[in-house]
Design a protein around this ligand. Structure first.
Ligand code: NAD
Length: 293
């Protein structure tokens, strides 16, 4: 039986996921609040539903890709109110980067109504979403993972079932805290190298064969910094959100993170000069020597 899959949130990530699923032979229904996002998706053979609850009602597996946990909560609240979750047996895959405690609450609420819920945040950016090559870190029970497996396999080349509900988001926030740190430290290292007379591309060639390397030095700098394109598809606003959530998680866990607190401060609009809509790579613009001084 072909699964009917819903995608709610058709932004930088959700649009690519909907296209990947549609291209992978699933029957896809989708919705986004933004008219432009809906129109774009309709051109790619995806059926656009009347609203988010209509997607939930029509689909076996529903993929969410939304900015904040409260958007996810609103969609689940609306779906219950509209009766879209009356028939048991659906699985919600929340790929949004979100809070572990909210994921646990949603999983419990959906489980009580006979549905599965996975916190399944992703890494790999719009490119990974569009090519089905995301890395996905999953929190939730094994039965929900099994029910969603064909969809997970279509979206991601690496699916890691980390643990119980909430574990996916803990892993994602820890990962993205490192991304935020690596962006700043790699940019500083490149500025130092250039100021001292060694071009950034030469320094990167060495770093990527040595112990200072990271995904930021191996992928982001060669792809988006050295050519000054600075357009990775991940916004400064989302990076700030991830740092805020990581620091909130640290507070809940009774963990003091002085470096992460400083990094969050450096990412703030006042310090970086970036608006929430700017691409996060702009913080590493090597042409702007004044940034973060
Ligand atoms: P985005 O802002 O490009 O897209 C979000 C979409 O959700 C928008 O089109 C918006 O109109 C829609 N939306 C908001 N509220 C809605 C609602 N109530 N109902 C329906 N649609 C609604 O964001 P994005 O970059 O695609 O990120 C989505 C999620 O994925 C975020 O949680 C982000 O942290 C995470 N993420 C993003 C990236 C990336 O590289 N962009 C990578 C990994 C994870």
């Amino acid at each position: 039986m072909t699964l009917t899959v819903g995608v709610i949130g058709l932004g930088a990530m959700g649009a690519g996921m909907a296209r990947t699923l549609s291209g992978g032979g699933f029957s896809v229904q989708a919705f986004d609040l933004a008219e432009e996002a809906r129109a774009h998706m309709a051109q790619h053979g995806v059926t656009i539903a009347e609203n988010a609850s209509a997607v939930v009602a029509a689909c076996d597996v529903i993929v969410l890709s939304l900015p904040l946990a409260r958007h996810v909560q609103d969609i689940i609240d609306d779906a219950f109110a509209a009766g879209a979750l009356a028939d048991a047996g659906k699985t919600v895959i929340d790929t949004s980067t979100s809070e572990a405690d909210i994921s646990r609450q949603l999983a419990a609420r959906l489980s009580a109504a006979g549905h599965g819920f996975l916190d399944a945040p992703v890494s790999g950016g719009p490119q990974g979403a569009a090519t089905g090559s995301l890395s996905m870190m999953i929190g939730g029970d094994a039965a929900a993972v099994a029910a969603a497996q064909p969809v997970l396999d279509a979206l991601a080349s690496k699916v890691i079932h980390v643990g119980a509900s909430g574990a996916g988001n803990i892993a994602k926030l820890v990962n993205n805290m490192l991304v935020a740190c690596h962006m700043l430290t790699t940019a500083e290292a490149m500025r130092l190298s250039e100021a001292a007379g060694l071009p950034a591309e030469d320094a990167l060639r060495v770093i990527n064969s040595a112990t200072g390397r990271s995904a930021i030095s191996e992928v982001h700098f060669p792809t988006w910094v050295l050519n000054n394109s600075l357009n990775s598809g991940f916004s400064a606003g989302l990076m700030r959100k991830d740092m805020r959530l990581a620091l909130e998680l640290a507070q809940q866990a009774g963990c003091d993170l002085p470096v992460a607190r400083m990094v969050a401060q450096l990412w703030s609009q006042d310090r970086s000069g970036l608006s929430d809509n700017d691409d996060f790579m702009q913080i590493a613009d090597l042409r702007n020597k004044a940034k973060l001084d």
